[in-house]
Design a protein around this ligand. Structure first.
Ligand code: M6R
Length: 567
């Protein structure tokens, strides 16, 4: 959940690392820091955002490492921010992950008279490296072997224009250029400098210098081929979430084009049971995937929240992992347990070279374009489209460009619909739907909670009368999603029941009016299964507008990070 980055070479390391940290900030933004290899090591840290580091003095260092944090151990203070220095001040370390045995390591260090200056688990790495009486690359191997849990780190040493790298449990990519090298938690931060990256695997470690990368595993030198980085840095903009929503029609087209070149794994055709696994918004996409795959193909499907996943492997199982970042720890852990049990795996992800893309037996790339805002928007819609295309393909039906053009046109209309009303935010808010619309309702409620910090829940229409309707009165408001003709009567009845109890109702509908106080009417889709791509848009916009109206930063909501790389 943190972002780490390093540069070594002929250019100004301070400036390159600061720029890179800005691109990584979506991974965590409660504190930040940088270490520069000058005559001695210079370390600057802040409890604020990366921009606070712009104040630090100019430097002509050629080597630097940086960190942007999402706190796990210790509050977001300057002392707990990375880099951490070793007791002798000669080694600086930035770390991404959680060291599970840090309490033991801390005690060992205390017994040697080393007092830690922070509450973090990460600081132990710097001291342990300094205690190893050997070559730094070997020290990295030895220390790495003693760390339990996720421990991807970068280290620099006084007097050396080199960056020592170790990956375990959190992603790390390296780009090597003419007389320079870059390393970072994800390829997006490398994309301004190179279109290629070497993606390190767990247990790999090495040293990066102006003359290249020396990579090792288990004490042996290894060679790895770079992969193509299929992303470009996002343009500077005031609000990424808004820009990402606006980009949806083109993103959907890219997902469709990407699917044309995708070879469906043979296991999908014969799968007796399809497991769909993801977290948060990606889990909602899994719920949709289950619905559309069952409807289109009759296959037995189960959608599971990744952190609750406990596979019981059966003959004919296939597991699909839906993850925008491809780095979500819960999702990767579920993927690893499937692999251990021999279940074929397919990843649907937006990031080429991500752990999910590399580790699953096959992967489909959404090509939605970089998504920086913590709240997933366009990636969710592209995940729905990918799952729809997958279901159709397995059912033996081709999806024509004309269908995609219709969705793009409808998306454009839906993006212009205004769902925000002050009274919604001043009420107890409920999101209601049935079938595929209940999934959209859940996603709408999650988006609102995530970026406005307001309580909002989602319920299936028919379930209200079993308890929750007791909450309905003049102080309640319900957003009712309606995209399926067959569910219309049920939703009309629900709206009536809500209004009878004084609740204000707003309908987001592709099937005409349903008797609500206000209607946002969206185009009726030829293929109703595609409507959730459209009906979620006013809900995403509602959350965005509410967040901005409350004076919050929708791109960087409190306590969250784009990619949740801890379990
Ligand atoms: O990168 P992933 O798709 O695996 O992320 C999964 C969730 O953490 C993510 O969808 C989260 O729920 C979003 N911030 C919601 O907007």
């Amino acid at each position: 959940m943190c972002g780490i980055i390093g540069y070594v070479g002929g250019r100004n390391a301070r400036d390159i690392v600061l720029e890179g940290l800005k691109l990584l900030e979506y991974r965590g933004y409660d504190s930040a820091g940088i270490a520069l290899v000058e005559d001695s090591l210079a370390v600057y840290k802040t409890a604020g955002r990366v921009r606070e580091l712009n104040m630090l003095p100019k430097s002509d260092a050629h080597t630097a490492i940086g960190h942007t944090r999402w706190a796990t151990h210790g509050r977001p203070t300057a002392a707990n921010a990375h880099p951490h220095l070793s007791f002798d001040g000669k080694i600086a370390v930035v770390h991404n992950g959680v060291i599970e045995n840090f309490a033991v390591l801390r005690e060992e260090l205390a017994a040697k008279g080393i007092t830690l200056l922070s509450d973090t688990d990460s600081e132990v790495i710097a001291h342990m490296l300094a205690l190893e009486n050997c070559d730094m690359t070997e020290a990295v191997r030895r220390v790495g072997e003693r760390l339990k849990g996720a421990a991807t780190f970068l280290a620099v040493k006084e007097g050396e224009d080199k960056i020592y790298i170790r990956r375990f449990g959190a992603s790390m990519a390296v780009s090597v250029g003419e007389g320079e090298g870059f390393c970072a938690s994800d390829v997006l931060a490398l994309s301004p400098h190179s279109d290629r990256a070497i993606v390190l695997g767990d247990g790999e470690y090495g040293v990066l210098s102006a003359s290249g990368l020396d990579l090792f595993k288990d004490g042996r030198r290894i060679k790895k081929q770079p992969i193509l980085i299929r992303c470009s840095p996002p343009k500077d903009c005031a609000c990424h979430m808004s820009a990402e929503l606006e980009e949806l029609p083109e993103a959907l087209q890219r997902t469709y084009d990407s699917f044309k070149n995708f070879h469906i794994p043979s296991e999908l055709a014969g799968a007796k049971r399809i497991l769909l696994v993801g977290c948060g918004t990606a889990y909602h996409a899994c719920l949709y995937g289950k619905l559309v795959l069952e409807r289109e193909t009759g296959a037995r499907c189960e959608a599971v929240v990744a952190s609750e996943f406990e596979p019981d492997a059966n003959e004919g199982d296939l597991a699909i992992f839906v993850t925008q970042s491809g780095e979500t720890a819960d999702t990767l852990s579920a993927l690893h347990s499937c692999k251990r049990q021999g279940i074929p795996t397919l990843a649907i992800t937006n990031v080429a070279g991500s752990s999910a893309a590399l580790e699953a037996d096959s992967s489909f790339l959404l090509e939605a374009g970089a998504e920086i805002a913590v709240a997933a928007t366009k990636s969710y819609c592209c995940q729905l489209l990918a799952l729809y295309l997958l279901a159709k393909k397995r059912a033996g039906h081709a999806v024509e460009q004309s269908e995609i053009s219709e969705v793009k046109r409808a998306a454009r209309e839906a993006l212009d619909a205004v769902a925000y009303e002050e009274r919604l935010m001043n009420s107890k808010l409920f999101f209601i739907g049935k079938g595929q619309d209940y999934i959209t309702a859940r996603e709408g409620a999650l988006k609102l909670r995530e970026i406005t910090y307001r309580q909002a829940d989602a319920y299936p229409a028919g379930e209200l009368k079993h308890g929750t309707i007791a909450l309905m009165d003049e102080g309640a408001a319900a957003i009712v999603v309606a995209t399926e003709e067959r569910a219309k009567c049920r939703l009309v009845a629900t709206v009536e029941e809500l209004r009878a109890r004084g609740a204000y109702t707003l309908a987001v509908s592709c099937v005409g009016e349903i008797g609500a106080d206000k209607h946002i009417l969206l185009p009726r889709m030829r293929e109703e299964a595609l409507a959730p791509i459209i009906s979620v848009l006013p809900l995403q916009y509602l959350a965005l507008t509410a967040s901005l109206t409350l004076g919050l930063d929708p791109d960087k909501p409190r306590n969250l990070a784009k990619s949740v790389t801890v379990i």
